[in-house]
Design a binder for this molecule. Structure first.
Ligand code: SAM
Length: 187
C-alpha cells in the first residue's frame, strides 16, 4: 500500500497529472471502497481517502490484483490533503458519500460537511468542479441544505447524484430510509 499512498509523493500533488486524460474525483471517507470501485469502472481517476485501514487496504489490493491504473489512496485524515497536499484547482469532483451522521446535537460540529469543507473544496476544485454529497440521515440532509444555502461559495444544483450499491446504500435501502443526494456547484 505505501506505493499507492499519495503521501509518498510529497506536496504538492496534482491529480490531473497523476491521472492524465481522466476526470479526477476524491472519494472522501471511502469506507470499504465500493464507491471508489464504481468510479474507477466509469474511468475516473480516483483518490480514495479514509482514516480506517481495512477499506483502504481492500482498495489497494483491488488496484494491485486488477492492475487498475486509475486509483490511488490515502490512509489518514483527508482534511490536510485538501488543505495542503493537493495543488489548487486540480480536482473535478469531491464526493462525500454517507458521511458519519453524528446525530447528537453536541456532536454536530464533528460532521465533515461544514463551511470549512466548502472552503477546502473551493481550494482544490477546478472552476467548474462539483461536490457530491449523499446521506440517509434526514437531520444531516437538512444540515447540508443549510450549509449550502448559507454558503457564498457553492449552491445546490437541481442535479441528482448516481448512488452505487455501497454498504451504506444497501443498509439505507434495507431500513427504508430516504436517501438525500446533493450536487453543489460554485456560485
Ligand atoms: C459512514 S462511512 C461511509 C463510507 C463510504 N463512503 C460508503 O458510502 O460506504 C464514513 C467514512 O468516512 C471516514 N471519515 C470520516 N472523517 C474522515 C476524514 N476526516 N478523513 C478521512 N476519512 C474520514 C470514516 O472513517 C468512515 O469510513
Amino acid at each position: 500500500m505505501p506505493t499507492l499512498d499519495i503521501a509518498r509523493l510529497g506536496a504538492p500533488v496534482n491529480l490531473g497529472e497523476l491521472f492524465p486524460n481522466r476526470k479526477t474525483v476524491i472519494d472522501f471517507g471511502a469506507g470499504m471502497g465500493h464507491h471508489t470501485e464504481h468510479l474507477a469502472a466509469l474511468g475516473y481517476g480516483v483518490l480514495a481517502i479514509d482514516v480506517h485501514s481495512p477499506g483502504i487496504c481492500r482498495i489497494a489490493e483491488l488496484v494491485t490484483t486488477q492492475e487498475l491504473p486509475n486509483v490511488q489512496v490515502h490512509l489518514g485524515d483527508g482534511i490536510p490533503i485538501l488543505a495542503e497536499v493537493l495543488e489548487p484547482h486540480c480536482v473535478d469532483e469531491l464526493h462525500v458519500m454517507f458521511p458519519d451522521p453524528w446525530p447528537k446535537a453536541r456532536h454536530n460540529k464533528r460532521r465533515v460537511i461544514q463551511h470549512s469543507l466548502l472552503e477546502l473544496a473551493n481550494r482544490v476544485l477546478t472552476p467548474v468542479g462539483t461536490i457530491t454529497m449523499v446521506t440517509d440521515d434526514d437531520d444531516y440532509a437538512a444540515h447540508i441544505d443549510n450549509v449550502l444555502a448559507e454558503s457564498s461559495l457553492f449552491y445546490r444544483t437541481t442535479d441528482n447524484p448516481e448512488i452505487p450499491a455501497t454498504r451504506y446504500k444497501r443498509r439505507a435501502d434495507h431500513m427504508r430510509n430516504s436517501i438525500h443526494g446533493f450536487i453543489a456547484a460554485r456560485r
